[in-house]
Design a protein around this ligand. Structure first.
Ligand code: HEC
Ligand code: HEC
Length: 405
């Protein structure tokens, strides 16, 4: 509605506001959205969830064949027993490198519309491809990864069942991985969901107190809201520079390389020492050091915390917020620390209650046994299939996937 159109409806809008404020689950105008139970898993029309596809995706998630030197899988950086992330501040990288950010949990990530700390992938399908082709992560090239899948008889069979193709196509691998995440890496019906749906015994009294603080005195709800406990917006909280950027040669190489290849002006390349986050995407100085509000549903299992694992425990995180966040290079240069953060003056008991809430809402761990991945095999000839036809099958699928057909 354009502003000029608003006026005639103003009384109606005001009335709705009054009604809404009275209803139990609708926030009053100007208030942040409430916490909400997890809705059904969103399913894109061009990648419907099927059981065969999800099972294929599970194998691929743990199969190093779809990275550069076939030594590293998604599961090596998103380990089931480390919260489907990595329990180290900055993630491992492609062999010979390190990453420059903390490995996030893959749990519940299929609900996000902005993936990564910087929110720069728009879907789990796009995310998977970026992960396994990015230089300091999977570092794979599509033709080599695809050839490996085609040289694995079990995959030829499974891709045909899942996608109806004669030969595995690398783009379909990303669809399958995303389907696995939708089917098996979602934590349904955790204590917070049960509590919000009316089971008041689902959270302990202490956690309920923590929830009230989360939504009240501690103001976490300003940014961590909705079903995933994130507004998917960007803030600079003043999270400090990771010490690895200063102490470790390998980390310096990766950081310098990232800011170079992401197109920073030479002056900034030379001066900046902190991760510019959202700035990489927008190139606006006021966005430097901003990161997407992190979802919190699986938080108990995913230490350390923040974009470079700057904090090892939830206690440290709460202390950070209690002091209204911190300072980094960009809060000092551009004064762009979010105004939302204020000193909280939390007592020891209140801090403990907040932590109890975060821990309890994390629910049970998602445990999946790491599958044995299928071996390579010598491929039989396909009778009657010429090289030209084989190429055409690949090209057609590729074109329809990118919308050219
Ligand atoms: C070398 C380690 C590494 C590998 C391999 C890797 N990841 Fe990641 N993953 C990371 C790191 C580090 C991040 C955060 C990167 C960033 O924000 O820039 C991440 C982020 C993600 C996210 C985003 C979660 C969120 O909250 O936005 C998902 C989902 C994910 N990875 C899934 C995968 C899948 C699926 C694969 C395999 C196709 C994979 N990753 C391979 C390290 C890795
Ligand atoms: C102004 C918005 C905002 C407010 C208010 C806020 N957060 Fe955050 N939170 C964020 C952002 C943005 C990040 C990611 C920051 C980064 O990595 O640099 C984050 C990260 C976190 C993380 C780490 C997540 C992870 O996966 O590593 C936790 C835990 C957390 N917040 C809890 C809280 C709690 C508890 C409160 C209330 C005391 C709170 N937050 C208040 C925006 C906010």
């Amino acid at each position: 509605m354009r502003p000029s159109n608003v006026l005639p409806y103003l009384p109606v809008l005001l009335m709705c506001g009054v009604l809404a404020a009275g209803a139990a689950n609708v926030p009053a105008a100007g208030d942040p959205p409430r916490l909400a139970p997890l809705p059904p898993v969103p399913e894109p029309p061009d990648n419907k969830t099927t059981k065969v596809k999800a099972e294929l995706g599970k194998l691929l998630f743990f199969d190093p064949k779809i990275t550069g030197d076939a030594s590293l899988s998604c599961g090596d950086c998103h380990a089931p027993r480390q919260g489907w992330g990595l329990a180290e501040p900055i993630s491992r990288g492609y062999p010979g490198t390190v990453h420059w950010r903390n490995s996030q949990t893959a749990v519940n990530s299929v609900y996000l519309s902005k993936l990564f700390w910087q929110g720069d992938a728009g879907s789990p399908e796009a995310q998977a491809q970026t992960a396994n082709t990015g230089a300091v992560a999977g570092n794979g090239s599509n033709d080599v990864m695809e050839a490996r899948l085609r040289q694995t008889p079990e995959y030829v069979k499974r891709f045909k069942e899942a996608f109806g193709t004669e030969r595995p196509l690398i783009n379909d691998a990303w669809l399958a991985v995303a389907t696995f995440e939708r089917a098996m890496l979602v934590q349904k019906d955790n204590p917070l969901d049960r509590y919000l749906k009316g089971d008041k015994s689902a959270l302990s009294a202490k956690a309920v107190r923590g929830k009230q603080l989360f939504e009240g005195k501690a103001s976490c709800i300003q940014c961590h809201n909705g079903p995933l406990l994130t507004d998917e917006k960007y803030y600079n909280l003043g999270v400090p520079r990771p010490k690895e950027f200063e102490d470790s040669g390998l980390n310096q190489i990766t950081f310098r390389w990232e800011i170079y290849q992401k197109g920073l002006h030479e002056k900034k390349y030379r001066e900046w020492k902190d991760d510019p986050g959202l700035y990489f995407g927008t190139k606006r100085e006021k966005d430097a050091g901003k990161f997407r509000t992190a979802p919190l549903r699986y938080i108990k299992y995913t230490a350390p915390y923040m974009h470079a694992g700057q904090f090892f425990t939830l206690e440290e995180v709460i202390d950070f917020y209690d002091k209204a966040g911190g300072e980094n290079e960009f809060t000092k240069r551009y004064g762009n620390k979010t105004k939302v953060l204020k000193p909280l003056n939390l007592t020891k008991d209140e801090k403990e209650a907040l932590i109890a809430f975060l821990e309890e809402l994390s629910g049970d761990e998602i445990k999946i046994a790491v599958p044995k991945v299928p071996p390579y095999g010598v491929m039989p000839d396909v009778p009657g299939l010429t090289q030209a036809q084989a190429k055409r099958i690949g090209l057609e699928r590729h074109l329809s996937a990118i919308g050219k057909k």
